[in-house]
Design a protein around this ligand. Structure first.
Ligand SMILES: NC(=O)c1ccc[n+]([C@@H]2O[C@H](COP(=O)([O-])OP(=O)(O)OC[C@H]3O[C@@H](n4cnc5c(N)ncnc54)[C@H](O)[C@@H]3O)[C@@H](O)[C@H]2O)c1
Length: 319
């Protein structure tokens, strides 16, 4: 019930969530500071009377509160998707993750408290866990030792939400996303490879030796999982979301993108099994808690990659 407020609504996941909620007949107010998201990604909804957009810095509780008060109808759900999604940028300048990932959660929670908004849905990340190597990562594993500043700020955000549940927040879902792919792509390994090949069709430089292996989920499956979890019973729900397979190597992704975009390109690998500081080279992600509730993804990692590569190639090079 009530309006859906999407913080970070002009980003990759936010746009897909807005499309799905509007298709279900819901009302959506998207807010974004446009630091990485783009207003034009939401243009397709502008003729829909159930849609509105405001440019807002979600680290400011006052700004979020003002947009809630002006919304015209009570906000029933707040989807907090705002964050810095550029992990290497946060390594180079930790203030970026502090402001866009941690302080947006602080601002959103303060605004929810004052406006008495009943439900928070939060985009957390597998990055909160750190590097467990070959050990399967389920929701209760510990200790949690994130190895990127981004992961640290997401974990600290989860901690704020847990404390808010104790003090004033009626309901919260914490979604621990894997690598999510699809369009409109704003970042990520496929987007990066396609853009590199567009610039230099004869060569593709890959960060790391290509042996990193990760699980990938298509954004369509992610949205279904979030909506599914939001409908489950419980005041505070924490779920890993992901495919049920072990994932795909960066080498396989590089070759598939090369074959699709610039078949003659030479792939040049870097050294070591980490693409950047804070990159987890390999993880086994358990989604059994989620599948036990009746959700299964339509696509595994390979299928999601094939679909997303075609979509992102179309987005970036029109073919
Ligand atoms: N895409 C993935 O693979 C992935 C994986 C794990 C977690 N996540 C999380 O899911 C959420 C959505 O990710 P995405 O892939 O859509 O990234 P994205 O960068 O496309 O979207 C995030 C949006 O947040 C906005 N934003 C940043 N700081 C803001 C601020 N201070 N005020 C208002 N808006 C602000 C950005 O402009 C951007 O539009 C993020 O919280 C991200 O950390 C994504």
């Amino acid at each position: 019930m009530g309006l859906h407020l999407i913080c970070g609504g002009a980003g990759f996941v936010g746009v897909n969530l807005a499309r799905r909620l509007l298709a279900d007949g819901e009302s959506v107010l998207a807010v974004d500071d446009l630091s990485r998201g783009r207003r034009e990604l939401l243009a397709e909804f502008d003729s829909n009377p159930n849609f509105a957009f405001n440019r807002v810095d979600c680290a400011s509780a006052d700004a979020v509160l003002a947009t809630i008060k002006d919304a015209g109808e009570p906000v029933g759900h707040l989807w907090h998707m705002a964050a810095n999604s550029d992990i290497p940028a946060g390594v180079a300048d930790p203030c970026i993750d502090l402001e866009r990932t941690f302080l947006t959660t602080f601002g959103v929670l303060q605004a929810m408290r004052h406006a008495r908004i009943p439900e928070l849905h939060f985009a957390s990340s597998s990055a909160i866990y750190g590097d467990f190597g070959e050990v399967e990562i389920h929701e209760d594993i510990g200790p949690l030792e994130p190895i990127s500043n981004y992961g640290a700020m997401k974990l600290a955000s989860e901690a704020q939400i847990r404390a808010a549940i104790e003090a004033y927040l009626p309901r919260a879902d914490v979604f621990r996303f894997p690598n999510v792919i699809g369009v409109p792509a704003t970042h990520g390994v496929i987007w990066d490879f396609v853009r590199k090949l567009k610039a230099t069709p004869e060569r593709l430089d890959v960060l790391g030796d290509g042996s990193q292996q990760k699980a990938y989920l298509h954004v369509d499956d992610l949205i279904e999982a979030m909506l599914h979890i939001s409908r489950l019973e419980g005041r505070y729900k924490v779920f890993n979301i992901g495919p049920v397979d072990a994932g795909v190597t960066v080498r396989a992704i590089a070759e598939t993108v090369r074959d699709r975009v610039a078949p003659a390109a030479v792939i040049a690998y870097g050294e070591g099994n980490r693409g950047w500081v804070g990159d987890v080279p390999r993880f086994r992600y358990s989604v059994s808690k989620l599948t036990a509730t009746g959700w299964t993804p339509k696509l595994g990692s390979e299928g999601a990659l094939r679909k997303a590569i075609a979509e992102i190639a179309l987005q970036e090079i029109g073919a």
